[in-house]
Design a protein around this ligand. Structure first.
Ligand code: ADP
Length: 961
C-alpha cells in the first residue's frame, strides 16, 4: 500500500513536474530568448570592440613597419643621391679601413678585403664589408658604387640606432664583387656559414648570396617597377632566427647596380602583439604568402607563430585559399563558424588578422550572462522546490485521501499508511464522516428496503412490475412460486414467455392497460392463463400505471391473486347446489313414490296373499300354475315397491346378515328397464353361496345400483356389444365382488378424481358426481373398500371388498325360510284399518289353525283386548284415530302380557314411525307388502311353548333396536 502510494506519488509528481515545466516554458523561453538576444547583442558589441582594437593594432603595425620602410627608403635615397652626385667626389675615406686578409675558413682560404680588424674595439659596430680582391685592384680614384655602398654604413648605423628591430642592413652589388653589411661581424663568423653552404672563395660566396631570394626579387626581371619589396620568412644564416627582409633595387642611369636591404626579426611583430591589449581569439600577422610572422592566442596565451596561416586557423578554415581568408573587410566576417577580420598594414604586404571562434566569444561573454543564468537557475530551483512541495504536500496527501475514500467506499479499515499532514486532516475527517453518515443512511435504507421487501414478499398477492414492452421488471416471491419460475429467470423476460393468457383475455388486458392515464391509473382484469406446466388457472389483476412527468407510461405495477381455487369452489358449490336440487327432487320423488308404494302396499299384499292362497288351494295343477304366476308377478311388484322404498327411505343404518347375491338381484331388478332399453347384457356370475356380510342392505343396494347405472351410462357411448359382468368370490374373511363393463374406460385423471365428491364428466343434469363418493363412503363405513381399475377403451372394473359376517349372526329377519304348515292354536287379534288386508291376514293365519279377531281401528282393538285375552296382537302402524304405537302403549297398560306377543306391520317406509314405543319394546316389525310366510313364522315364534321371551331372545339385535 505504502509503496504503491509512493510509486503513484512519484508518477503523479513527475507528471505535475512536466506540467509545471510546460506551464513555465514561456517564462523559460522568454529568459532564454532574452539571453540569446543579449548574447547576440553582446557578441556584436564585443566583435565591434575587437574590430576597433584591431584597427589600433593595425595602426601600431603600420607604425612599426614604418621604421624599416623609412630606413630602407633613406638608404635608397642616400645611395641614389651619392651615385648621382659622384662626379668630382674623391674616393670615400672608408676605403682606408679595408684590409686584405686571407683567413682559412674550414679548409678554404678566403682571400679578400674585410673590415674585421675594426672589430678589435668591441664597442665598435662598424659595418662588415666583404669585397673581392680583384675589385679593389680595379677601383679607380673616383667615387664609385663601392664608395657609395661604403658610405651607406653611416645611415645604416643611424637607422639601426633608432629602430631596435632592424637586424641587418646591407647592400649587395649585382657585380658580385662586394657586400656591405651593418652591423659588423667577424669574417670568420660570416664566412663560416657561407662556406658551409658551398662557397670556396669570396667570389663564389658573393655569387651564391646573389642567388638568394632577397637579391633575386630585386633584379629588373623580378622587379621591373623597381619598387621596394619584402621577402618571405626565412631563417637567418647568421643565427638571428626567423626574419623577413625589406629590400629595394638600386639603379644608376637605368643600370641595375644591386640592392639595399634591411632584415627584421619576427620578434618585432611578436613584441607588437605581446604589448597589445588582450582580446578573445587569435591575432596574427601574416604576409601575402600566408606565412605567419607572429601570432597570439588569447586563450592559450601561445605566441609561437607557425610557418603557415593554415596551421593556425581552425580546421574548417584551413582548407580555404589564403586570399579568401585575408580578404579585407570593415568588420568581422563569419566564415564556417569563425569570425575573421583581416586588415592590410597600409601599403606593406602584411596583414593583421584576427579570428575568433564562437566558443571563444561565448567564453568571453559568458560571465556577462551571470544574471540571466542566475534568474534561470533560480527559476529551475523554484520549479524543483515547487515540485517537491507539490509531491509532498499535495500529491501524496491527495493520493492518501483517494485511498482513504476508496477504503471508506469499500468499507475497509482505512489504510494504516502514514498520518496525513495536519492541513489535510479535516479533509480526511470530513470524508470519514460523510461515509459514516452514508453507511448509516444505507443501513437504514437497507432495513427499510428489507422491511418493504418483506411486505411485498410475504404478500400472498402477486406483485409484478412490467415495462411498457412487457418485460418483467420485478416479481415477488408469491408470483414466482405461483407460476413455478425462479425469479432470476423471470426478471427481464417477456411476460408471455412463460404464461399464456387466453387470447380474448389478452385483448381485454391490453385494452385496459392502454386506457390507463395519470388521472385513471388503475384497471382490473380477470384472466384465464396457462402456466408453464400446462396448468390452467384464473387470475385477477389490478394494474396500476406508473407515469413519468410528461404523462408517459413507464411501467405497470400489477397486483394479482389466484382465482383458480375460488372459481373451482364456486363451480363445486354450483354443482352441490345442483346436486342438492337433484337430491331434493329425488326426495320429493321418493316421498311421492313412497306414498304411491304405500298405497300400493295394501292391494299388493292382498294380491300376494290371495294368490298364495290360490296356489295352495288350487284344485288343478293348471290353476295352481296360474295362481303361482299371479303370485310371482305380484311378488315382483312388491320387490320393486320395496326397492323404491329402500331407496327413498332415510332410515337409520341397520346392520344385518346380508346375502350380496340377493342385494345385487334387487339392484338389477330395479335397473333392468334401463339396461334392457340400452341393450346392455348383464352377465351375473356372482355365486349365490358367498358368505353373508354384516351390512345395511339398503346401503349396499344403493352401491350396487350406482355401479350398475354408471356402467350403463358409460356403455351408452360405445357401439356394442355392451356388457356388464359381475363376478365374485370369497377369500380369507372377505367377500369380493367385481362389476366390470366393456365401456370407454377412464383416463388417469378421471380415475384419480372419480371418487371425489361432485366430480363428474357428465353433462349438467345427467351427473351429480356424488355416486361414487357416496358408494365408497358406504363401503368403507362397512370396513371394506371400493377400488377402480380402468384404462381408456378397455372398460372399467369396480371391486367391492366387504368383511364377511361373524357366523353367529342371524340371517335377515325378513328372510326366514318358509315354515312347513303346522297346526297352531291361539287367539290372534289383527288390527288394520284396511279391512281387506285384515281379512286376508286372518284368512291366512286361520289356515294355520289360529283363531282370529279383526279390529279396523285402534279403539275397536282396545275394546276387544279388554274383553278377551289374546295370544298375539298384529297391528298396522298407520291408522286413523288411534295409530299402532298408541295402541301398543294402551296394550302395555291394559294387557301387559300381550305387549310382548305383538307384531307391527308397516307400509310406510319413509317416516320414522317406528317410534320409541316399538323400538324400546323390541317388537318384530314386518313391512308391507306382506310376506305371509314371514308373518306366519313370526306368529309361530311368539306362540312357542317358551313364550314370547324365548322368541325375543332369538330376535336379531338390530331388528329391534
Ligand atoms: P356421476 O355418475 O354423477 O357423474 P359418479 O361419482 O358416479 O358421478 O361418477 C363420477 C365419474 O366417474 C363419472 O362422471 C364418470 O366420468 C366416471 N365413471 C364412473 N363410472 C364409470 C364407468 N363404469 N366407466 C367410465 N367412467 C365411469
Amino acid at each position: 500500500m505504502e509503496t504503491s502510494i509512493r510509486r503513484q506519488t512519484r508518477a503523479l509528481t513527475r507528471r505535475a513536474a512536466w506540467l509545471l515545466l510546460v506551464a513555465s516554458l514561456p517564462l523559460l523561453l522568454l529568459i532564454v530568448g532574452l539571453g540569446i538576444l543579449q548574447y547576440v547583442e553582446q557578441r556584436r558589441i564585443l566583435l565591434g570592440d575587437i574590430a576597433r582594437q584591431t584597427e589600433d593594432r593595425h595602426t601600431a603595425l603600420a607604425a612599426l613597419l614604418a621604421a624599416p620602410v623609412d630606413h630602407l627608403a633613406r638608404l635608397k635615397a642616400f645611395m641614389e643621391e651619392r651615385l648621382a652626385d659622384d662626379i668630382g667626389r674623391g674616393p670615400t675615406p672608408f676605403r682606408r679601413f679595408l684590409r686584405y686578409e686571407a683567413p682559412v675558413i674550414g679548409a678554404t682560404r678566403m682571400g679578400g678585403f674585410y673590415t674585421d680588424h675594426l672589430r678589435a674595439d668591441p664597442s665598435s659596430d662598424f659595418g662588415f664589408v666583404l669585397a673581392d680582391a680583384k675589385l679593389i685592384e680595379t677601383l679607380g680614384p673616383g667615387y664609385d658604387e663601392f664608395d657609395a655602398a661604403l658610405d651607406l654604413i653611416e645611415p645604416m648605423r643611424l637607422g639601426h640606432l633608432t629602430s631596435p628591430y632592424l637586424q641587418w642592413s646591407y647592400y649587395f652589388s649585382q657585380g658580385r664583387q662586394f657586400v656591405v653589411i651593418y652591423p659588423g661581424a667577424t669574417a670568420a663568423e660570416t664566412l663560416a656559414t657561407s662556406v658551409a653552404a658551398g662557397g670556396h672563395d669570396v667570389r663564389t660566396l658573393l655569387a651564391s648570396w646573389n642567388e638568394y631570394d632577397l637579391f633575386k626579387l630585386g633584379t629588373p626581371r623580378a622587379d621591373p617597377e623597381r619598387k621596394p619589396y619584402w621577402t618571405g620568412v626565412y631563417v637567418d644564416a647568421a643565427g638571428a632566427g626567423r626574419m623577413v627582409t625589406h629590400a629595394t633595387p638600386i639603379y644608376r642611369q637605368d643600370r641595375f647596380l644591386g640592392i639595399v636591404a634591411t632584415d627584421i626579426t619576427l620578434g618585432m611583430f611578436a613584441q607588437l602583439l605581446q604589448h597589445l591589449a588582450q582580446t578573445p581569439g587569435t591575432v596574427a600577422i601574416t604576409n601575402a604568402q600566408g606565412q605567419v610572422l607572429a601570432a597570439r592566442n588569447a586563450v592559450t596565451g601561445d605566441t609561437s607563430a607557425p610557418e603557415g596561416l593554415s596551421s593556425l586557423l581552425p580546421p574548417e578554415l584551413a582548407t580555404r585559399p589564403t586570399v579568401e581568408v585575408l580578404a579585407p573587410s570593415e568588420g568581422f566576417r563569419r566564415i564556417d563558424g569563425t569570425y575573421i577580420l583581416a586588415r592590410r598594414a597600409a601599403a606593406e604586404p602584411f596583414w593583421l588578422i584576427h579570428f575568433v571562434s564562437e566558443t571563444e566569444l561565448l567564453r568571453q561573454l559568458l560571465p556577462r550572462f551571470a544574471p540571466v543564468g542566475l534568474i534561470l537557475l533560480s527559476l529551475l530551483v523554484t520549479l524543483a522546490v515547487a515540485i517537491i512541495l507539490l509531491g509532498r504536500h499535495l500529491v501524496r496527501p491527495g493520493l492518501m485521501l483517494v485511498r482513504h475514500i476508496q477504503a471508506e467506499a469499500q468499507n475497509e479499515a482505512p489504510p494504516a499508511a502514514r498520518v496525513p499532514p495536519a492541513m489535510w486532516r479535516p479533509w480526511f475527517d470530513a470524508v470519514s464522516r460523510a461515509f459514516a453518515s452514508v453507511r448509516l443512511y444505507q443501513k437504514r435504507l437497507e432495513a427499510s428496503e428489507a422491511e418493504y421487501r418483506a411486505v411485498v414478499e410475504t404478500q400472498t398477492e402477486f406483485v409484478v412490475r412490467f415495462l411498457p414492452d412487457n418485460r418483467v421488471l420485478f416479481a415477488n416471491e408469491a408470483y414466482c412460486r405461483h407460476i413455478g419460475i425462479p425469479r432470476e429467470v423471470l426478471l427481464g423476460a417477456f411476460a408471455n414467455e412463460y404464461v399464456q393468457v387466453e387470447p380474448s383475455d389478452l385483448v381485454r388486458l391490453r385494452g385496459n392497460i392502454a386506457a390507463l392515464t395519470p388521472e385513471r391509473p388503475t384497471s382490473r382484469t380477470e384472466l384465464r392463463v396457462t402456466m408453464p406446466g400446462g396448468r390452467v388457472g384464473y387470475e385477477e389483476w389490478t394494474d396500476t400505471g406508473i407515469f413519468d412527468d410528461e404523462g408517459k407510461l413507464v411501467a405497470t405495477q400489477a397486483v394479482g391473486r389466484d382465482l383458480t381455487e375460488r372459481k373451482a369452489t364456486a363451480l363445486a358449490l354450483e354443482r352441490q347446489r345442483e346436486a342438492l336440487h337433484q337430491s331434493e327432487k329425488l326426495a320429493a320423488l321418493g316421498s311421492m313414490l313412497a306414498g304411491v308404494a304405500h298405497e300400493l302396499n295394501n292391494p299388493l299384499s292382498v294380491v300376494i296373499g290371495y294368490s298364495g292362497m290360490l296356489t295352495d288351494l288350487a284344485e288343478s295343477e293348471a290353476m295352481r300354475d296360474r295362481a303361482a304366476h299371479v303370485q310371482a308377478a305380484a311378488e315382483r311388484c312388491a320387490r320393486i315397491v320395496k326397492a323404491f322404498l329402500a331407496m327413498a327411505r332415510a332410515k337409520p343404518v341397520e346392520r344385518r346378515r346380508v346375502v350380496l347375491a340377493e342385494v345385487l338381484d334387487d339392484a338389477l331388478t330395479l335397473s333392468s328397464y334401463g339396461l334392457r332399453t340400452h341393450s346392455v347384457t348383464v352377465d351375473n356370475a356372482l355365486p349365490g353361496d358367498l358368505p353373508p356380510v354384516n351390512a345395511d342392505r339398503d346401503q349396499l343396494h344403493q352401491v350396487f345400483l350406482n355401479l350398475i347405472v354408471n356402467a350403463q351410462h358409460a356403455l351408452a357411448v360405445v357401439p356394442g356389444p355392451r356388457r356388464i359382468r359381475i363376478t365374485g368370490h370369497a377369500e380369507a374373511g372377505v367377500v369380493v365382488v367385481a362389476i366390470a363393463d366393456n365401456g370407454p374406460g377412464m383416463d388417469a385423471e378421471v380415475q384419480r378424481r372419480a371418487f371425489e365428491p361432485f366430480f363428474t364428466t357428465k353433462p349438467q343434469g345427467m351427473g351429480t358426481g356424488i355416486g361414487l363418493a357416496v358408494s365408497r363412503g358406504i363401503v368403507e363405513a362397512h370396513g371394506g373398500s371400493l377400488t377402480l381399475a380402468s384404462s381408456i377403451g378397455q372398460g372399467a372394473s369396480f371391486t367391492i371388498r366387504l368383511p364377511t359376517a361373524p357366523s353367529a349372526q342371524l340371517p335377515d329377519a325378513g328372510a326366514c325360510e318358509p315354515l312347513p304348515p303346522r297346526s297352531l292354536s291361539g287367539q290372534v287379534l289383527v288390527v288394520d284399518d284396511e279391512e281387506e288386508l285384515a281379512e286376508l291376514i286372518a284368512e291366512r293365519l286361520a289356515a294355520d289353525g289360529l283363531e282370529i279377531d279383526i279390529a279396523t281401528s285402534g279403539a275397536a282393538a282396545v275394546e276387544l283386548i279388554r274383553s278377551r285375552a289374546y295370544d298375539v296382537l298384529i297391528t298396522d302402524l298407520r291408522m286413523p284415530d288411534m295409530d299402532g304405537s298408541q295402541l301398543i302403549a294402551e296394550v302395555e297398560r291394559i294387557a301387559p302380557a300381550l305387549l310382548h306377543r305383538s307384531i307391527v306391520i308397516t307400509g310406510d317406509a319413509l317416516g320414522p314411525e317406528l317410534d320409541a314405543t316399538m323400538t324400546d319394546r323390541r317388537l318384530p316389525v314386518l313391512e308391507k307388502p306382506l310376506d305371509f310366510d314371514a308373518l306366519r313364522g313370526a306368529v309361530r315364534r311368539l306362540l312357542r311353548p317358551d313364550g314370547p321371551e324365548g322368541a325375543l331372545a332369538d330376535m336379531p339385535e338390530e331388528a329391534a333396536p
